[in-house]
Design a protein around this ligand. Structure first.
Ligand SMILES: *Cc1c(COP(=O)(O)O)cnc(C)c1O
Length: 427
């Protein structure tokens, strides 16, 4: 157990990983929805959010939806129908098709593949960027030249070279779905994240860089696809004097009240990015003498700094064993491990989180294929480097990394205490 020393008192109000930061305009637009009685999935706020989301991302069209997961689902269906044609009513658009997916990400990135009957194949992570490894992706296309769809996420708002991923997709005649849920406002060579996919999605979930409490947008340059997604999201009603349905639909449309919150938040995206950047830089400076590195910034990219994360050097890891639901570790002088640091952060009433547990390590995806630079990640036993030399980068980052409290309302003094408690873990 980590022992907190008494001179560091727990914060009176919790310091969160990343919580909503409101400014006032949100309430104004919500009130407008209320006063005009557009308390449904139609209204000016939705129109405005779609306009702003498209402008900011550099895509031509945005479709306002209930969440980013719904957006990714419609991305999958659009891509599937474009690639393989329209499925029978009882099948999904990706039925029986392999799809290359980011491995170290939130499961919402690729669950929608399964909604459409597809089979996720996981692509290992690149150590230098913590994002999908382009080298492994290229290799995966050698194994499976028939694959026609890739879903890649930008981790924690620190993009890798999504442009490179896109070029690899083009070379192999595959479409790209970009999950920019965590990366709104981040850029690669000056080009906004969310604009690299044939279809992309952003999120306004409560802990993202800006929020509507929930919500998401699908982004595309095709007006036909935007209109189809919009129609599907409102139960696929055809233009007829009665309820006429030619296709399966969903109830995925964004609420005009929530759109009011998002509309109010958009003007603060840059401010939030600035604050998150300062947080990241203070951690980097404050922790620079420890045997750790911060989550990497890839050359040519501008992160939105959504979550600050760190990874402990291999030589400075104390022993840690993670089972399915529990973790054990042994404290050692000069060393630490994520479990100890997360406990320490929790002891002062702050919130840290483990790195996304890679998808190939999830019970529900355990039988799926997962590809790394040296071949299948399935050749791993428990360690991330096993006896026949498979290197599983995602498992390694999960093992040695963690997310630090990154709330933009955290004060400098509070962050100093977090930095101090992390340092003590290595004493
Ligand atoms: C948050 C998140 C999602 C899901 O967003 P929702 O709006 O909550 O559905 C998808 N992918 C990634 C990488 C995320 O972080």
């Amino acid at each position: 157990m980590f022992k907190r020393r008494d001179d560091l008192k727990p914060f009176e109000s919790k310091v969160w990983l990343s919580s909503p930061t409101m400014h006032g305009e949100e309430l104004k637009y919500m009130a407008e929805a209320y006063e005009s009685n557009w308390m449904s999935t139609v209204g000016v706020n939705i129109d405005m959010v779609e306009k702003i989301a498209a402008e900011k991302s550099g895509m031509k069209y945005a479709v306002g939806l209930s969440c980013c997961t719904a957006a990714l689902h419609l991305c999958c269906r659009l891509a599937g129908e474009r690639l393989y044609g329209k499925p029978a009513v009882s099948h999904g658009a990706l039925e029986g098709r392999r799809v290359f997916c980011s491995d170290m990400t939130f499961d919402a990135t690729l669950n929608p593949v399964v909604y459409e009957g597809g089979i996720p194949v996981f692509i290992d992570t690149e150590m230098d960027s913590w994002n999908m490894d382009p080298v492994t992706l290229e290799k995966a296309f050698q194994f499976y030249p028939d694959v026609k769809l890739v879903i890649a996420a930008e981790l924690y708002g620190f993009p890798g070279r999504m442009d490179k991923i896109k070029r690899i997709c083009e070379k192999h005649g595959a479409l790209l779905i970009e999950d920019a849920a965590e990366a709104m406002g981040a850029a690669i060579d000056g080009r906004q994240c969310g604009s690299f996919g044939d279809y992309s999605a952003v999120s306004y979930n409560g802990n993202k860089i800006i929020t509507g409490s929930s919500g998401g947008c699908l982004l595309t340059n095709s007006i036909e696809d935007a209109n189809r997604a919009r129609k599907w999201s409102t139960q696929s009603r055809e233009n007829a004097p009665w309820y006429l349905h030619e296709e399966v639909g969903y109830n995925y449309r964004m609420s005009n009240v929530i759109a009011g919150v998002i509309r109010g938040q958009y003007g603060y995206l840059e401010e939030h990015i600035r604050q998150k950047r300062e947080i990241y830089e203070r951690y980097r400076e404050g922790l620079k003498d420890l045997p750790i590195r911060m989550n990497p910034i890839t050359t040519g990219t501008e992160p939105n700094y959504w979550l600050s994360a760190l990874m402990i050097d291999e030589a400075a890891m104390c022993r840690q064993v993670r089972g399915e639901k529990r973790a054990l570790y042994r404290s050692e002088g000069g060393k630490s491990c994520p479990t100890e640091i997360l406990e320490a952060i929790g002891s002062i009433n702050a919130e840290g989180r483990p790195i996304w547990r890679p998808m190939h390590m999830q019970p529900m995806y355990r039988m799926h294929e997962a590809i790394g630079r040296k071949g299948s990640l399935r050749c791993r036993t428990n360690a991330y480097i096993n006896e026949i030399g498979c290197v599983d980068v995602g498992a390694d980052i999960f093992d040695r990394g963690l997310c630090l409290p990154s709330d933009n309302k955290m004060t400098v003094e509070e962050q100093d205490v977090v930095i101090e408690i992390v340092k003590r873990c290595f004493e």
